[in-house]
Design a protein around this ligand. Structure first.
Ligand code: TRP
Length: 380
């Protein structure tokens, strides 16, 4: 089979076939049955579930069955602090926040400054830690409950993480990491060890509680390989296997076949973009429009390749009725790309303005969220 796309935790390229990824990774599709169950438990369905943005899982039934029997599950997600935050990074966090609100879950949020140093995003470890702290402002600004959220940087919480990381590492062979991640002789040994660190927070809730706590990990499908390993190891250490719920990656503003990427600032809206910068990115975004207005009125446009429509669908238009209206009027030619961009910009501007205010306030709230080893250096 020709491989025209690549999805690994460190590299995403090409036009992703999300159905094929389910087969490749061996995950399960989220079905109507799951959606019914979640609707019953949560009282509503998040738009990202209704629209298949979160579309794949491992062991979600186990989480939902447990919840029905009164078992609280914990949430675990993370961020590799390679750069500033854009809305593509935030996509799973909106959903994680909804899960926390609806299910009252404690959230473990890992900031992998070690990972981003080891995988060469930075020459200096402290640079990664610094970006980690900057990213934490965005995480806090999402509105997570400070009483139920623990954010930690690997380098500042390593004393807590390390004993479990060692237990995990002992059960992973080099050939497993080669098979799962494609590592070669030239990879540094920190890269090879790193997956052990990313598994640890899947077991921390149980360790903290002194009993088995089910854990659900909302994450981009690209992170699944780490957790395949974590799930293999879990029973060997006497922990329950973490469950996963996977999202598709937010399409780039630059058109099909790309995800939003920090290496190309025009591909996404960053939380620190100024209002004029963000507005310009939306105005310049790739659409499914025709060459001329006359043609578009006559033939209609294509929402399915349009990056603006993707932003409505994935994040900015929770109302299904209005989304369907946008889709219909786009295809019929009633709506032009300029109309769509102006309307989206209104939504993005409101969001960005609020987020930037919350992000400013977050500077005084870091200590409500961050947990560290005793004696670990603070806030650089
Ligand atoms: N490796 C992830 C990244 O590069 C960060 C991460 C750590 C993560 N733990 C996680 C992501 C758990 C999702 C879920 O962004």
């Amino acid at each position: 089979m020709p491989e025209d796309f690549v999805v690994t935790p460190w590299d995403v390229k090409g036009q992703i076939d999300y159905d094929r990824l389910i087969t490749q990774f061996g995950t399960q599709r989220i079905t109507e049955h799951h959606l019914d169950q979640i609707r019953k438990a949560a009282g509503e369905l998040h738009p990202m579930l209704r629209r298949g943005v979160f579309y794949s899982h491992r062991d979600l039934d186990w989480i939902l069955d447990g919840h029905r029997r009164g078992d609280r599950f914990a949430l675990y997600t993370g961020r590799g602090p390679s750069s500033g935050i854009h809305i593509g990074h935030m996509l799973p966090w909106f959903f994680t926040k909804w899960l926390q609100d609806r299910f009252g879950s404690t959230l473990y949020f890992q900031i992998t400054d070690d990972e981003k140093f080891l995988f060469k995003d930075f020459d200096e470890l402290r640079e990664a830690t610094k970006v980690g702290y900057d990213n934490i402002l965005d995480i806090i600004a999402m509105g997570f409950d400070p009483k139920k959220t623990r954010i930690f940087l690997d380098t500042e919480y390593i004393h807590r993480l390390y004993p479990i990381a060692v237990e995990v590492a002992k059960r992973i062979t080099f050939s497993t990491t080669q098979a799962v991640f494609g590592f070669e002789n030239s990879n540094n040994i920190g890269e090879i060890f790193y997956t052990a660190i990313q598994s640890v927070p899947a077991f921390l809730p149980s360790l903290d509680a002194g009993r088995d706590v089910p854990v659900l990990i909302p994450c981009g499908i690209d992170q699944d390989p780490h957790f395949r390993i974590a799930r293999d190891v879990a029973p060997k250490l006497g922990y329950p296997k973490p469950a996963l719920i996977h999202n598709k990656l937010l399409p780039s503003l630059l058109g099909p076949g790309g995800k939003m990427s920090a290496s190309n600032p025009a591909s996404s809206i960053f939380t620190t973009d100024t209002i004029p910068e963000a507005r310009q990115k939306i105005l310049d975004a790739f659409t499914g429009g025709r060459a001329t207005v006359e043609e578009q009125r006559r033939l209609g446009a294509n929402p399915y390749i349009c990056s603006i429509f993707a932003q409505y669908n994935y994040i900015f238009e929770p109302d299904d009725g209005h989304l369907a209206e946008v889709e219909r009027t786009c295809k019929s030619g009633e709506r032009l790309c300029g109309d769509c961009k102006a309307e989206l910009w209104g939504k993005v501007e409101t969001f960005l303005t609020r987020h930037q205010q919350a992000r400013e306030k977050a500077k005084d709230r870091i200590e409500q969220f961050v947990v560290r080893d005793e004696g670990s250096p603070r806030d650089k």
